[in-house]
Every structure is written in structure tokens, then in C-alpha cells.
Unconditional design. Structure first.
Length: 218
């Protein structure tokens, strides 16, 4: 059984240690022409790294795939999305995804070059009242279990400048996390898929573990 979210009528905060099942990550499948399935080996590698660390009970190392309206979405405290193109959500999908996030879920979007404009428009639809703002380096996500005092690691260059990490924050909790111009997903793929040095891949994995750890402790 996957690590489940509270029910839709519950205000309890998700804590992995209080739940019967272990943790896994679901990939968010969307329409619009974007390749939602890219970074195909990333999530299994992140889940394996979490299991090897031993701090988080991992139920399975294979990713799940859900759509925003899939009832199974409620079994996963963290969603991952990436791609190079457009993201399209119907009104029902937007409502369902916001309900999931408001109930304790976390959506991590990792820009794989070409996602930025469409993703930002999606976030405005989901939370018109909340801005997508850059996280300060003092945020806990940058400090546990690994320290990233200068922000997220940069694996690949896209738009120039440093890696950026944005978030939608509500009540002090990150609902939507957006890693921009850093390609964490590429950095956590199987060795040999990209010609990245080991130190970059290791840094990307440490940061991904930070994200997953934050998802199950906040």
C-alpha cells in the first residue's frame, strides 16, 4: 500500500511515520503535447536512493503514473512532473489537482526546457491568489538531509543564470515546487544517458532526496 494522503475532509498533515504504507512517488500524466514521460529512469533511481538511506520507508521502487482526476492520486503524497512542451488541464483536472495539493500533497515540477511558460500558466490557474515565488536559501528544503547553502545544483544549462527554485506556499507549507534551469531529473537518470560528471549526478540525487524528504515531513 502506498503512503496515503489524508482524506479530502481531513486537515491533518501528512507524515510518513504515522501511516501504514511506505512512500513512493507518482508521475503526473497531463495532456497538451508535452512529453510527461521524459526522464524515464529518474524516479526509480530516486526511490532507490531513499530506500538505501533508510530514513524513509519506501514501498516500491517503481514509479506510479496518475492523472489529476485519478482516484489513485490520493495514495501518493508527492507527484513529479516534467517535460519539454505544453501542459493542459481541464477544469475538472484543475479542481482535482488543487484539492489534492490543499489536502497535503506536493507537486514537484522539474523544467526539462520548454515547460516554463505553460507550467507557470497552469500554476496561475490552480492558485490565482498565491504567487509562484523563489524560495530563500534558508528554507529547510535546502538543508536536510543534505546542505545546499547556495541553492539547487545545476546539471544542464537552459536559459542562462543560476538554478532557481520556486514554490507556491500556503500556510507555511510548499504545495508546488518548481526547479527551473537546473535539470534535476536529467541528473538522476541512469548513468550514461547523459554525459554528466559523477559529481553533478550525485548532487542532483542529493537534492532530489531533500525534496522527497520534505514531502513526507511537512
Amino acid at each position: 500500500m502506498a503512503c496515503a494522503l489524508p482524506s479530502r475532509n481531513s486537515s491533518a498533515t501528512t507524515r510518513e511515520g504515522e501511516l501504514d504504507g511506505g512512500f513512493t512517488i507518482a508521475r503526473l500524466k497531463y495532456t497538451g503535447g508535452g512529453d510527461w514521460y521524459s526522464d524515464e529512469t529518474s524516479l526509480k533511481n530516486i526511490l532507490r536512493a531513499l530506500r538505501e538511506r533508510g530514513e524513509i520507508r519506501v514501498s516500491q521502487e517503481q514509479e506510479a503514473v496518475v492523472t489529476p482526476t485519478d482516484p489513485e492520486i490520493w495514495n501518493y503524497p508527492m507527484l513529479f512532473m516534467t517535460g519539454h512542451g505544453n501542459v493542459k488541464l481541464s477544469e475538472d483536472e484543475a479542481r482535482a489537482l488543487r484539492s489534492y495539493l490543499d489536502a497535503g500533497g506536493l507537486l514537484w515540477a522539474d523544467d526539462n526546457f520548454g515547460l516554463d511558460k505553460s507550467f507557470r500558466e497552469m500554476v496561475k490557474r490552480l492558485y490565482p491568489e498565491l504567487p509562484l515565488t523563489e524560495l530563500p536559501f534558508s528554507h529547510p528544503l535546502f538543508h536536510y538531509p543534505s546542505a545546499f547553502p547556495a541553492g539547487a545544483p545545476k546539471v544542464h544549462e537552459h536559459d542562462g543564470g543560476p538554478a532557481r527554485v520556486y514554490a507556491v506556499v500556503k500556510g507555511g507549507r510548499v504545495l508546488v515546487l518548481y526547479t527551473f534551469d537546473c535539470d534535476i531529473g536529467n541528473g538522476t537518470e541512469d548513468a550514461g544517458i547523459y554525459d554528466d560528471p559523477p559529481e553533478k549526478r550525485a548532487a542532483a540525487m542529493r537534492f532530489a532526496v531533500n525534496v522527497a524528504t520534505y514531502a513526507v515531513t511537512h
